[in-house]
Design a protein around this ligand. Sequence first.
Ligand code: HEC
Length: 91
Amino acid sequence: MTRTFPAALALVLTLALPALAQDPGKTVLEACGKCHSVKKVCAALGGKDKAAWLATVERMASKGAQVAQDQRPALAEWLAAQSAGAKPVCE
Ligand code: HEC
């Protein structure tokens, strides 16, 4: 029983990783189009650096956007890396 524990733990970690590293584009489409259209997000692409996006994401989260706290920096970094008009946010 105790000898199988590390293998079981490794399996659990492997299964948990994809959930942590969620596709940021999907997160934006799902979490950021609830109150306003994602066109609002699209319009801001290419105009904010990571710090500015993090401030925006935190402000949206305080209004009720469903983005887990530990995913916000990665989401801000991804948004900052998108150029104006980039898919999938701008379709
Ligand atoms: C709970 C409702 C709600 C959700 C969910 C939401 N927003 Fe907003 N958003 C607003 C409101 C209200 C405004 C206009 C007032 C303001 O800017 O604070 C706004 C404005 C914006 C703006 C334009 C202003 C600016 O700072 O550039 C951007 C960009 C934006 N939201 C991005 C996002 C992103 C990215 C997400 C997903 C993480 C998101 N929003 C989710 C309510 C929401």
